[in-house]
Design a protein around this ligand. Structure first.
Ligand code: ATP
Ligand code: MG
Length: 426
């Protein structure tokens, strides 16, 4: 039997990993620039956590969770998102009590969905959360951060949509009105939406079934039901975004796939990825920490889908990706090979860890080695044969520019290479 990867689970090969590294490096420095700190949490948590946090009547919990019994009989699940685990960790380690926390996480998450472009069973999220701050100032900061990330990645034409899901009072009044409306159209709803009509009617607004989408277009707007505190929060959020020049659109049908959201929610949408157009989504979830057993703690956060960002990066081609190597060491003959190995280490010392130094290994005729050097994208090849080894010198060959080859001693290598890779040390 041929063993292959599981459906919906992907490998990231060297041709793409530079793009992944570029994305993660860019995101990480941005999060740090906003004074957010990284937390790493387990991939597996108890199933009960996600049921309680995400909500029993959600796609994620009902249909998409990788949940199983472990060998000790515990009910556990692969994390389908980060927020639940992060809140669990924060409560467990006392991070929330009378404190503000600005945190981020990144890594794989798992959902049993139908795989298609931009939708996989293992995918990755960048996740950013702030605790202990009622907003809307920090909500504005969060969105400004995403806007800055898109700018850094060279994305254009993204649309920011906002809505408010109100507090508990808004929710129960709106729920009643929505149920009344949906009941009038019950026979035309899809089966899932019929089932959710009474258990979780807001989810019907998020249905991906076109006939249901056509019906909910005329549903009552939650904005007509907002409690004063949520209305003020939404106004403040919009004002803050306007002050920062961040264009946004209110969409009263916008709900989130996870039940814990309250007040302001948002999505960043692109038209370039077909049905998988949401690249980042988030909002406020003031009730979740308490719901999971902590003290009442306001919270807000967002998650971006890494694979969708990678697809956009591939389309935009704005990322300046490094070549496989900057310097390629060609070496010939027994003495040349010995010296070449030492020179490679010397060059790594000289240029520092950011320069990519590739050593030709496994021999090869000059033509073959020069071909590899060229393919590596290196700017410079250092060439060392037995003659060079005997004379204690190295040939410096410029692969990308019209410059004469130079013969230098090992002690002259530093000056021969200086200035060639200035950006690396910036
Ligand atoms: P969708 O409506 O596309 O199913 P969602 O509302 O379920 O998304 P969230 O739970 O908000 O998604 O997750 C945050 C982000 O993670 C999404 O905006 C999207 O970019 C990405 N994402 C969600 N599900 C997947 C998946 N199966 N494969 C790849 N990326 C995904
Ligand atoms: Mg989903």
């Amino acid at each position: 039997m041929k063993i292959q990867s599981i459906r919906g689970f992907n490998d990231v090969l060297p041709a793409d990993s530079a793009l992944w590294q570029y994305l993660f490096d860019t995101a990480r420095s941005l999060f740090e620039a906003y004074a957010y700190r990284e937390v790493r949490i387990p991939v597996v948590e108890s199933t009960a956590l996600f049921k309680r946090a995400v909500g029993e009547v959600t796609d994620v919990v009902e249909k998409e969770m990788y949940a199983f019994e472990d060998r000790g009989g515990e009910h556990v699940a692969l994390r389908p998102e980060f927020t639940a685990g992060l809140v669990r960790a924060g409560i467990e380690h006392g991070l929330f009590h009378n404190q503000q926390q600005r945190l981020w996480c990144a890594g794989p998450v798992f959902r049993y969905e139908r795989p298609q472009a931009g939708r996989y069973r293992q995918f990755h999220q960048l996740d950013v959360e702030a605790y202990g701050i009622p907003g809307p100032d920090v909500d504005v900061e969060m969105i400004a951060m995403t806007a800055r990330l898109w700018k850094a990645l060279g994305f254009q034409n993204l649309r920011l949509e906002l809505n408010s899901l109100g507090g508990p009072d808004t929710r129960s009044r709106y729920r009643a009105a929505l149920i009344e409306f949906l009941q009038q159209h019950e026979s035309s709803l899809d089966e899932d939406s019929k089932k959710r009509l009474l258990t979780n009617p807001l989810r019907v607004l998020d249905s991906k079934v076109p006939t249901t989408q056509a019906i909910v277009k005329d549903a009552p707007s939650i904005l007509d039901f907002l409690d004063p505190e949520s209305a003020a929060h939404l106004d403040g959020l919009r004002q803050g975004l306007t002050d920062l020049g961040i264009e946004h659109h209110v969409n009263p049908r916008l709900v989130r796939g996870l039940d814990y959201y309250t007040k302001g929610v948002f999505e960043w949408i692109t038209t370039e990825l077909g049905a998988q157009g949401t690249i980042c989504a988030g909002g406020r979830y003031d009730g979740l920490v308490e719901q999971l057993g902590g003290s009442p703690t306001p919270a807000v956060g967002w998650a971006a889908g890494v694979e969708r960002l990678i697809l956009l990066l591939q389309k935009a081609q704005t990322a300046a990706l490094p070549a496989e190597a900057d310097v390629y060491i060609c070496r010939f003959g027994a003495q040349g090979e010995r010296l070449g190995l030492a020179v490679a280490e010397q060059v790594r010392d000289l240029l520092g860890p950011k320069a990519r130094v590739a050593l030709n290994a496994g021999g090869g005729k000059p033509a073959a080695q020069f071909k590899r050097a060229d393919k590596s994208g290196a700017r410079v090849a250092l060439v060392i044969g037995d003659d060079e080894a005997a004379a204690g010198v190295v040939q410096v060959k410029f692969l990308r520019e019209d410059r004469p080859q130079a013969t230098v001693t090992r002690s002259e290598l530093a000056s021969a290479l200086s200035g060639l890779f200035p950006s690396k040390h910036a």
